[in-house]
Design a protein around this ligand. Structure first.
Ligand code: GRF
Length: 212
């Protein structure tokens, strides 16, 4: 492992509040031994790109519509990641399907944030507000967020960090989503990224050990 800072790519598709949390954490010196080198969006015109520009971070669009298949899009993504010598890929609200070629190059080096306590309310159809609708309909008393390594199977890679919040009696999906973002996601994602960049995540099967 080289001594230089780990180079991070953040993949986005939308508003980018999790990207903003990473940018702010970096500004406070909390991404130890890492730097955000590029922001890649799967769609043009999203606000996450403005956040990257405002922070002076290199950014680009890989529009899924310009590729004939998920495989072709993934190939272009991998090429871009290699071009920027990326060590860690962070999916922060990235809504596009990628294929196994990414994980062959970036084995245990792609992480994602999911707005529920995996293995609850995850997998197919569990994205955006649907996750919180499912949690409220099930009647759980806590929910939260999970940062995990991404593998080929959706939402089932090794778990890095989780944090819970209470579900309140009058919660709407929007209110629960907001509470989970503020109290869990915006803290956990920068923490997990910093741990990775310090070489403090050891993966054994599906268990992630956090090294001192
Ligand atoms: C977050 O809720 C995240 O957990 C999920 O997608 C949402 C992205 O929001 N994977 P933002 O673009 O970071 O604001």
């Amino acid at each position: 492992m080289s001594m230089g800072k780990r180079r991070i790519a953040v993949l986005v598709s939308g508003g980018g509040t999790n990207l903003q949390a990473l940018i702010d954490a970096q500004g406070r010196g909390e991404i130890v031994n890492g730097e955000i080198s590029i922001v890649i969006s799967s769609a043009p015109g999203v606000y996450a790109l403005e956040r990257a520009k405002n922070a002076g971070i290199h950014n680009c669009v890989l529009d899924r519509k310009n590729y004939p298949s998920s495989q072709a899009m993934t190939a272009a993504l991998v090429e871009k990641l290699k071009e920027f010598s990326i060590d860690l890929v962070v999916m922060a609200g990235f809504m596009t399907i990628v294929t196994h070629e990414l994980f062959e190059v970036y084995n245990n080096a792609v992480i994602n944030i999911h707005p529920a306590l995996i293995p609850s309310f995850c997998g197919k159809g569990a994205y955006g507000l649907h996750v919180h609708e499912q949690a409220l309909a099930y009647g759980v008393k806590i929910s939260g967020a999970t940062v995990h390594f991404v593998t080929e199977e959706c939402d089932s890679g090794p778990i890095i960090l989780q944090q819970a919040v209470d579900v309140l009696p009058d919660d709407t999906p929007e209110a629960l989503q907001r509470r989970i973002m503020e109290q869990c996601e915006w803290k956990l994602l920068p923490q997990a990224v910093s741990l990775f960049c310090q070489g403090r995540l050891a993966v054994e099967g599906r268990v992630v050990h956090i090294l001192p």
